[in-house]
Write a protein that binds this ligand. Structure first.
Ligand code: G3I
Length: 320
């Protein structure tokens, strides 16, 4: 059995992975990525982001997103769609001008109607708003906040709900894996969205973690339970655990335990629907490109050998 088979047996809806477009020419990689026994869910790592889906104002392109989503449909893999609103990977036309608040609201609503409309019925969930908070729980200064004010978040959620009423609507962020000012701010946001009638809410914990520095299993369970207690579903949406290079067998054992803790926490909290890794293959991980001297963050080595982390995840799912 693969990880998704084991995850379903453990009561999760899926075990999934992000896939990026450059990997679509690697047949060995794809034989794993598209195997629903291994990954029952797929997220496009980049292809649905704004700079690719609306490269010119009002000109929409779904080529990159479709290249990930359509094969996932064919393989009967659940799709998590990512992301309608972020401060990164925005097109130049959007960031190089000073818009008024009504202009930017209209741009946001037009974008969401087109993109979410294109994928209507195909996405189990949308990461509606990505990374809107600072670590201290204040709103991150972005083109959205600075032009529209905090109501941009509600605007985005309502627009996605209108464009695809069946999709789960996630707030997605990093450093949401243990209770903090940031998780409390997300909780307050969820309550506000509930108060203004936004349905189908979810919280995505990205879980970009560091080997040997992850929150304990107990802290992760307590944090997940606090989100679920708000009455929303949750998921681990971008799990990877990076290591200072060179990696060693000892570091990989620690990493394996760290992976197992996060997956077990999700299994043990009713309302955590699934776990997505942010790619499963080291050569395609975003980590080395951003954190110099770090890597070894995924479940499979360059040789496609499964690492101790793969086996630890399999075991924790199998024994659930
Ligand atoms: O599209 C260009 C291509 O034309 C060019 O040749 C190439 C050369 O470097 O760069 C390509 O753009 C890259 C893009 O990914 C698409 O592959 C960017 O340089 C690169 O910075 C970008 O990185 C992505 C990153 O988001 C951007 O912040 C990663 O692949 C992607 O995995 C990562 O994903 C994010 C989630 O969306 C949100 N949470 C954090 C996570 C990790 O940063």
């Amino acid at each position: 059995p693969g990880l998704n088979d084991l995850a379903r047996k453990a009561g999760l809806m899926y075990f999934g992975t992000a896939i990026d477009n450059p990997s679509l020419n690697n047949t060995k990689y794809l034989s794993i990525a598209r195997d629903a026994h291994e990954f029952g869910q797929v997220t496009p790592a980049n292809g649905q982001k704004w700079m690719y889906t609306e490269p010119e104002q009002g000109v929409f392109s779904f080529e990159m997103g479709d290249a990930i989503i359509n094969p996932a449909i064919a393989s009967q893999q659940i799709r998590r769609c990512h992301t309608t609103l972020w401060h990164n990977q925005l097109p130049d036309w959007l960031t190089s001008r000073n818009w008024t608040s009504p202009e930017l609201v209209s741009i946001l609503e037009t974008h969401i109607a087109a993109v979410v409309g294109h994928y209507k019925g195909l996405c189990y969930a949308w990461d509606v708003v990505n990374e809107a908070f600072n670590e201290d729980g204040t709103f991150r200064s972005t083109i959205w906040l600075d032009t529209i004010g905090p109501s941009y978040i509600e605007t985005a959620f309502k627009a996605v709900a209108a464009a695809d009423p069946d999709a789960k609507l996630y707030y997605n962020d990093y450093n949401l894996e243990s209770i903090s000012n940031k998780t409390r701010a997300v909780g307050a946001l969820i309550r506000r969205l509930q108060d203004c009638g936004v349905p189908n809410l979810g919280v995505g914990m990205q879980a970009h973690l560091i080997t040997g520095m992850t929150p304990s299993y107990t802290d992760q369970v307590a944090n997940m339970q606090a989100f679920v207690d708000l009455g929303v579903e949750i998921a681990v949406t971008e799990l990877d655990i990076r290591t200072e290079l060179p990696s060693t067998p000892e570091k990989e054992e620690t990493q394996a335990q760290n992976y197992a803790d996060t997956v077990k926490a999700c299994v043990d909290v009713q309302g955590c629907v699934g776990v997505t890794v942010w790619d499963f293959y080291d050569p395609y991980s975003w980590v080395p490109g951003v954190f110099e001297g770090e890597g070894d963050a995924t479940l499979y080595r360059e040789s496609f050998e499964r690492k101790p982390a793969w086996w630890a995840v399999a075991e924790v799912l199998d024994s659930a």
